[in-house]
Write a protein that binds this ligand. Sequence first.
Ligand SMILES: [Ca+2]
Length: 165
Amino acid sequence: MNLDNGVSDILLQVASYNRQGDTAVSQDLLSPEPWRYRTFGGSDPNLTGPASQWNNDGDGDGVTTMWEYAFGTDPLSASSVAKPAMRMTPDTGNRFLEYVIPRDSRRGVQLRGAVSSDLTTWQSGSPHCTVVEEGANQMIFRSATPVSGNPRQFIRAEMVNPPGQ
Ligand SMILES: [Ca+2]
């Protein structure tokens, strides 16, 4: 079966039948490996070349294929970009560091926030870093430590279940 290049999201429902009866199989083409095959399989059908690997940055835009998959961008186009953003949000008389990260919730990646005061030790997830918003196109993480009174802190997003590992 050939899929149109313009199709970005599709779920195939395949049913088969034999002497034992019916079997329904669903293949989500946006799950990591089918997506990787659809993206790179044309030039590398076995997905063994360096350009097809999750840690590669084929379009040289500074974002690896793994993160382009999570963001929902095209790993073969340097002009297809989605950038995380940091911001301060006032709440209950304090200000909190937040990280807004683009993502496509249909894709097989889980993200969590992490905070650090020295870039060496990171504390991941709740209660240090909580999820403020979990939308179809973005997630927002917030440090639980107010900015006031704390000289500096850092925030980042981590992939809980990186594809291919
Ligand atoms: Ca890239």
